[in-house]
Ligand binder design. Sequence first.
Ligand code: XIL
Length: 313
Amino acid sequence: AQLNILAQLAGKKYFGTATDNPELTNTSYVAQLGNTLDFHQLTPANSMKWENTEPERGQFTFSGGDAIVAQAEKHNQLVRGHNCVWHNQLATWVTEGNFDNSTLLSIVENHCSTLVKHYKGKIWDVLNEVLNDDGTFRESVFFNTTGTAYMGAAFRAARKADPKAKLYINDFNIEGEGAKSTAMINLVKQLRAEGVPVDGIGVQSHLIVGGVPPTMKANLQAFAALGVEVAITELDVRMNLPVTPALLEQQKKDYKTVIEACKAVPRCVGVTVWDWTDKFSWVPGTFAGQGAACPWDENFVKKPAYLGIIEGW
Ligand code: XIL
């Protein structure tokens, strides 16, 4: 049994993984990336972000994203577009442009519309990380200029660009119940009440060994109860290095717990790991002293975590 096979037997649409353009030159990596028994969905980790897709105003570059889509299409894998609007990896012309409200809204609309139109038939993270951990709105250039108006503008432009695209709002630290998850529920309720086309909530799930919130299942259920889809979009479970057998055992349990939470919630449609191998994980470069967050090690050998996912399904 393998990851996607079991996810689909559990009634899910896919098990998937993030990947990135430089990784596609590694032939043994690409062989496993195209193993559809494990992966039926890919997310580009960087190449569809604003700084890469519209580095100058009105000048779009799709080559990086196109390469990921081509890789996915070889194996009939679904693609999650990531992302339309985010405060990070944003082009400096946006942050430094001093645009007024209506200009910035039209910039957001044009960006989302152009992306979603170019990449049709995809799932999209339309908004990424718009909330703070305390549940207040993040003070990005978008919020500071337009208030929350950019949110509806982004979703509406995306819907218009491709009525078939599945449109998500995605965030971290919304795995368990808490202020940020409550804020997400309120925000999605509010947006949908205004007719904003939000189809799903993406739960990133960048977790720490031993730190899966005990309320994860209940929280996913509360999201789903809004009438939207839920997806685990960026799962990894990092640890303080060095790796020990005890940490790997706990990590296995943690992966299993996350999978069981998604499995138990019918509207949780799929799980994506934020790359499948420790060789290409973003964790060591971002969290000093931490790593080994993926289900395969840096030599592409399956870790106990892989079995945890199997057992979870
Ligand atoms: C990360 C990428 O994996 C890194 O390569 C990049 O340097 C920084 O961004 N949440 C997200 C992702 O939504 O876009 C981030 O991806 C990880 C955290």
